[in-house]
Structures are given as structure tokens and as C-alpha cells.
Design a protein around this ligand. Structure first.
Ligand code: PEP
Ligand code: MN
Length: 339
């Protein structure tokens, strides 16, 4: 349920109402938007009398929210959410590009790639330390050592780091990670999502291989219900009958999510296509469709990458892509990458 408050509403009246609602066992979320102030109610709203609320002098209207996602709902928070990552803003008019290898392979590899992607316009560094691999015999990532090397690369370049968590047991290792990624395979690991809800740091939540947009938003809701509002959604392709590409990039997810939610949405054209030469067109299309950023796999030696070489682009290809992106961004009312 949401209450649209009148412009004339006094702070003391609103505070009193919030206290009373909390006593009824409801959570509240106050959003002071550009045009409207909205008080969102989360929980069993059948305990409150709708007529009583709409009768309050400072309440303009009361609306029931039909969708099961509340905190993530745009009706709760009409303005775009902008997330601050070490001073870089993502969402609204801000566009960020996260780049780096699928997995951290050595200190030299991650530091070299970090320097190169930074020079080419990346604003954050990606790199998997804990890798979700289909085969238990495939490279599983450098784990804790991989996280240490990512922090080394951050020290050298200043780029914030984005890396995937696979188990809540590993959380103590992630203290210095700037953005924690929840991979497609863990999108519905609800116990993990609940733990991430207790943090106060950005979570990059990727859409599951066979999950609907509503399921993605419900997973975001798990994190937000714990009080962590910094959720970045990621469309990374879904599984369809098509086999030419690794997945099928659902670009329409961008405008759909933008309509339903205030959370920022980024696109991963690398896992979506699985083919390096498809990354450029899909990245440009994602920017044109209104995405708030991209996460792209870049490797200095793709044929020898330990993981996802066929979909990794070179630093040179990445550099020309960022130039092209900067030409598209003004058309969709976005600032240049990283601004
Ligand atoms: C990744 O980003 O390296 C990854 C494993 O992605 P996804 O979870 O989207 O498959
Ligand atoms: Mn990968």
C-alpha cells in the first residue's frame, strides 16, 4: 500500500503516523521525490483501515500495490535510484562500464587487464575469484587468493572491484569488495540473498538462466527487505530454444524493469551471447535501450583465458566500444561513461 502525501504535510504529523504504523507491525518507506512524497507500507496491510488513512487531512490518496515486490516497486519510489560506488554514480543519468576477465588467473593477468581497461574507459573492474562452473573438474577460481589479487589491482588503478559470491560462508572475505555480484545460478539462493540484505553495500544481482522479470524483482526484494536498498539488476541473457548464441539477450527486460522498478539495470552482453564479436552490437543496443551500464568480459589473451575466452574481447576492441558508447549516451539522456 502507498500513501501519497500532500505537499502541506507537516513532518511531525508524518512522524506520528509512521510510529503508529510501526506499532501495527508494518514497515514504512518514505520517499521524498521531485514531485511527490510517498509513504510506502510493507507487511500485512490488512491490519490497517484504508478509509481511516485516506481520511487523514495530510494524505492525498491511498493506493494498494498489486505487485508482490514492494521496496523494489517504482510506485514506492518514483525517482530512479542512483547508487554510489566509491564516488561513481550508477543509475539515473549516470552510466558505468564494468570490465575485466571472467576469472582472476594471476597477479600479472589481473593487474595488466585492470590497467588496460582503465585506460580504455572502464570505471570498475570485474573478475571472478569464486567461479560457478558447470563441471566440477573445470577451473574453480583462485578463491581467497583471487580476492587478494583484485584488491592489489584496485590499489594500482583505483578501480572499484566487482566480484561474485557463491556462499554466505564466504562473506567475511568480501569485506573490502566494493560491489558483490550474485550470479545467475544463485539468483534464487534465498538464504544468501537474506544475508546480503544485512549489508549496506551495493549488490549486483544477475537474472537467472530461466527466471522471469518478476522473479528477478522478487529476488531484489529479498535483499531490500533486509534494509539493503543498493541493488543493481543485471540482464545477462536467458535460455531459449536458440543455440547459436550461448543465451538470448532479453533487451526488452530493460524498459520493462524501468517501468516496474526504480532500481538501476545493467546488461552483460558477454554471457548473453557467448561470442566475442557479438558483444559490441549488443552492448550498443543495450545502451540505446536505456541500460544504466554494462559488464563486459575483457581479456588480454582470450585464446588462453582459463574461463570464457570465446566471449572475451581484447582491450583494443573494448577501447573502441567505449568511444562508440559515448556517442550513443547523449541520445538517451545519459552523461558520458563515468560522469
Ligand atoms: C560471470 O559474471 O562470470 C558469470 C558467471 O555470470 P552469470 O552468473 O551471469 O553466468
Ligand atoms: Mn564468465
Amino acid at each position: 500500500m502507498i500513501l501519497v502525501l500532500k505537499e502541506s504535510a507537516k513532518k511531525a504529523e508524518v512522524d506520528n503516523l509512521i510510529t503508529w504504523l510501526h506499532e501495527q507491525g508494518l514497515d514504512t518507506h518514505l520517499s521524498n521525490g521531485k514531485y511527490q512524497t510517498i509513504l510506502g507500507l510493507v507487511g500485512d496491510t490488512s491490519v490497517v483501515d484504508e478509509d481511516l488513512l485516506s481520511g487523514l487531512e495530510f494524505v492525498e490518496s491511498v493506493k494498494r500495490i498489486r505487485e508482490p515486490f514492494k521496496n523494489a516497486n517504482r510506485k514506492f519510489h518514483p525517482d530512479d535510484t542512483v547508487i554510489d560506488i566509491c564516488g561513481s554514480k550508477l543509475g539515473g543519468e549516470h552510466f558505468q562500464v564494468i570490465a575485466g576477465p571472467c576469472s582472476v588467473e594471476s597477479e600479472e593477468q589481473i593487474c595488466t587487464i585492470a590497467e588496460e581497461v582503465k585506460k580504455a574507459g572502464a570505471t570498475m573492474l570485474r573478475g571472478g575469484a569464486f567461479k560457478p562452473r558447470t563441471s566440477p573438474y573445470a577451473f574453480q577460481g583462485m578463491r581467497a587468493e583471487g580476492l587478494r589479487l583484485l584488491l592489489e589491482a584496485k590499489k594500482k588503478t583505483g578501480l572499484p572491484i566487482v566480484t561474485e559470491i557463491m556462499s554466505a560462508n564466504h562473506l567475511p572475505l568480501f569485506d573490502d569488495v566494493d560491489v558483490i555480484q550474485v550470479g545467475a545460478r544463485n539468483m534464487q539462493n534465498f538464504e544468501l540473498l537474506k544475508e546480503l540484505g544485512h549489508l549496506r553495500k551495493p549488490i549486483l544481482l544477475k537474472r537467472g538462466l530461466a527466471n522471469t522479470i518478476q522473479e528477478l524483482l522478487m529476488s531484489a526484494e529479498y535483499i531490500m527487505a533486509g534494509g539493503n536498498e543498493q541493488v543493481i539488476l543485471c540482464e545477462r541473457g536467458i535460455r531459449t530454444f536458440e543455440t547459436y548464441t550461448r543465451n538470448t539477450l532479453d533487451l526488452s527486460a530493460i524498459p520493462v524493469i524501468k517501468e516496474l522498478s526504480h532500481l538501476p539495470v545493467i546488461v552483460d552482453p558477454s554471457h548473453a551471447t557467448g561470442i566475442a564479436r557479438m558483444v559490441r552490437p549488443m552492448a550498443l543496443a543495450a545502451a540505446a535501450a536505456g541500460a544504466d551500464g554494462l559488464i563486459i568480459e575483457v581479456h588480454n589473451d582470450p585464446p588462453h583465458a582459463k574461463c570464457d575466452g570465446p566471449q572475451s574481447i581484447t582491450p583494443d576492441a573494448f577501447a573502441s566500444l567505449t568511444e562508440e558508447l559515448n556517442r550513443i549516451l547523449p541520445v538517451v539522456n545519459k552523461k558520458q561513461i563515468g560522469e
